[in-house]
Design a protein around this ligand. Structure first.
Ligand code: PLP
Length: 416
């Protein structure tokens, strides 16, 4: 969107009326007067989820008990939901499975990837990667006897560090702090050119950015269920393994649900033939039922429309903050270039923590990331253009009145 000084609350209401995704907002529970800019941390509750939870608890668990595994096809929830996620990320249905947390899935896929490259010992990543990804890699390295090295290099120069020592390039597609997005296809191709495998963390892009994992020939990926998929707090995550790598290796968490025949109760582990071997224990059916509602909503929308609106919302937010809140110490961290921007906008502010607390008190929910970042996520399914105006309006009032400058807004909470 061009820099448009004529933008006003009224023009944005007109813009909302023409929005092809407008009908989705009413499918979510959204408290009145709240502007929710944190769907990249925890997506809101779809109305359908409430009904579905009632049904799965009362009718399925309550009435059918153990028969639900077959009668309600609980047993195939991980592959069925995986197949739906596949449509959002450009994968085949049999390449994705819904299971565990992102952290655990990262462990399983990273272990599988390393085992495919026995002669190489480097996991290449960046120091600003999401910490759990680095922690899981560190734990796996210790577990494997310390022969591998986690090499952390500046993301802007990552290509210079791809060489014949690198077993796996481990990157998060959209950076959680800055919203910067890597060129997934290009880096995957560069990694392959030097004989390395790729493992992408798609936590901040699934459901927000269209992706074509197979078009890019990605090897492994993991992603999160409770952010843009709106699956609920602690929702199950997913993992992707390209068909060509599925039969080659078994992941190390060889639980019975990943066995070829779990109900044969064989004392010897034999992995399931396909993506099923990436399961470990019994799937959390209630959580999966909630997640599936969130995914079904997204599948009803068009990912290209989602991306177009996401960029329009983030452009508008940047424009309005810079126009209306100039001179208050906010410094943009998110790239202006669409090609390298995810679906969030982050600013630095010297009083970032207190500013975000004051915003939350004023009904604008974003979040804070240490040391000084205020972060705003824009989920196109339920956000309106007028919400962007109102959020900036409330921020301007807080900045003008120094309303953040209160003791209660400096008390750092356990979850930020
Ligand atoms: C949110 C997020 C995770 C979360 O991992 P959990 O195991 O669900 O806690 C992992 N990686 C990235 C990049 C994230 O943004």
């Amino acid at each position: 969107m061009p820099h448009d000084a004529l933008v006003s609350r009224t023009t944005l209401i007109t813009r909302d009326a023409a929005d092809p995704l407008a009908r989705f907002r009413d499918l979510f529970h959204m408290p009145d007067d709240l502007i929710y800019l944190d769907g990249n941390s925890l997506g809101p509750l779809p109305k359908r989820t409430v009904e579905r939870m009632q049904q799965v608890v009362q009718d399925e668990w309550g009435r059918l008990l153990i028969r639900g595994w077959t009668a309600c096809d609980w047993i195939n929830a991980p592959s069925r939901i995986g197949g739906k996620i596949a449509r959002l990320i450009g994968a085949h249905p049999d390449e994705v499975i819904c299971a565990d947390s992102t952290s655990v899935n990262l462990f399983k896929t990273l272990a599988a990837a390393l085992a495919l490259k026995p002669g190489r010992h480097v996991i290449l990543s960046t120091p600003d990667n999401f910490p759990t990804d680095l922690y899981m890699a560190q734990g796996l390295i210790r577990h494997l006897g310390g022969v591998h090295e986690l090499r952390l290099v500046d993301g802007e120069r990552i290509e210079d560090h791809l060489n014949d020592q690198v077993a796996v390039l481990l990157l998060t597609h959209v950076n959680y702090k800055t919203g910067r997005m890597y060129d997934l296809a290009h880096l995957t191709q560069r990694a392959h050119a030097c004989g390395a495998l790729t493992l992408w963390d798609l936590a901040h892009s699934t459901g927000a950015v269209p992706m074509d994992l197979n078009g890019a020939e990605v090897d492994f990926a993991v992603g999160c269920g409770y952010k843009y998929l709106n699956g609920g707090p602690g929702a199950p995550a997913y993992l992707f393994v390209a068909r060509r790598w599925q039969p080659v290796f078994s992941q190390p968490l060889s639980g019975w649900m990943g066995h070829a025949t779990p109900f044969a109760f064989d004392p010897v582990y034999e992995p399931a033939p396909g993506i099923g071997r990436y399961l470990c224990g019994t799937p959390p059916i209630l959580s999966m039922a909630a997640l599936e509602c969130g995914i079904d909503l997204l599948l009803d929308a068009d990912m290209q429309q989602i991306r177009a609106k996401s960029l329009a919302l983030t452009d508008l937010f940047i424009q309005l903050v810079e126009m209306r809140c100039a001179g208050y110490g906010l410094e943009l961290m998110t790239p202006r270039d669409h090609a390298i921007r995810g679906s969030q906008v982050s600013f630095r502010h010297p009083q970032g923590y207190a500013l975000m607390q004051a915003l939350i008190a004023a009904g604008v929910i974003g979040d804070f990331r240490a040391p000084d970042i205020v972060r705003f996520g824009f989920a196109p399914l339920y956000l309106r253009f007028v919400d962007v105006w109102d959020a900036v309006d409330r921020m301007l009032h807080i900045l003008e009145a120094r309303a953040w400058d209160r003791e209660e807004f400096r008390q750092v909470k356990q979850v930020t």
